[in-house]
Design a protein around this ligand. Sequence first.
Ligand code: PGA
Length: 248
Amino acid sequence: MKKILIANFKMNKTDIETKEYILNLDEKLKGFKHQTKIVLCLPYTSLYLARQYEGDKFVFGAQNMHEEESGQFTGEISAKMLSEMNIKTVLIGHSERRKYFNETNEKINKKIKTALRYGFEIILCVGETRSQRNTGKIYVTLEKQIKEALSGIYENELKSIIIAYEPVWAIGTGNVADNNDVTKAVKEIKKIISHNYSDTAGRQAQIIYGGSLTSQNSTKIFKNEEIAGALVGGSSLDYKEFAKIILK
Ligand code: PGA
C-alpha cells in the first residue's frame, strides 16, 4: 500500500504551466478517495504556490537546498527561505545533483542536518549506477551512501527521513527496476539502518522507489508491502498520468 507519492518536476514547467497543472490535477482527483500523501517538488520559481495550494490534497517540496544558513553562495536557496514559503519537504542527494553538481555524501550529510534543524521532511536519494551494478557493488554503494549521509544523525531523527531507492540506471531511461531487485535493495537498506541504529529503526525505515515509474508498471511495485511509495520524475509531468498512478 503506497503512502506517499512525490512528483519531481526537475527543470520542467514554467510557473504558468505549473499553476495549470495543479488545477488540472486537483480537478482530476475530485470525487476519488485515496489515502496517498502527494508531494509536488517544483522548480524554485513556482514554490511560492505552496502558500496558495498547500492543504489536504498537496504538500510542496523543494528539489534541493543549500547546507549553509546564509552567505555568499550565488544562485543558491537556504532552508530558511524555503521554510518561510511553507515548503515542508526537500529532496536531498538526488543522483542528478550528485552527478552534475558534484554533491558528495559529506555535503549531503550537512544538508540533512540543516534540513532537520528547520523541521523538513527529507527525501534522501540513494542508488547504484549501472557500472556499480555490473560489478556487484550495489549493496556496498548503498551502505556507503546511507552511512555517510546519516553520519551524526540520531535515531529519533530518522522519522523525518524517507529513503528513496533510485537506481541511477533506471532514472529517466524507461528501464524500471525488477520487482525482486527492488525488494532485495529495500531489505538491504533496512539491514543497514538496523545495523547502524536498531532493529526497530530498520523495521520502521520508510523506503520509496524511484526510476521510470509509470501507471503501467506501478501496480507491480506497489504490491510490495515494504515500499512506502515512489518518487516520480517523467511520469509526473503529465497530470493525467500522475493521477493514474495516484489512483492505482
Ligand atoms: P524518472 O525520474 O521517473 O523520470 O525516472 C525519477 C527521479 O529522478 O526521481
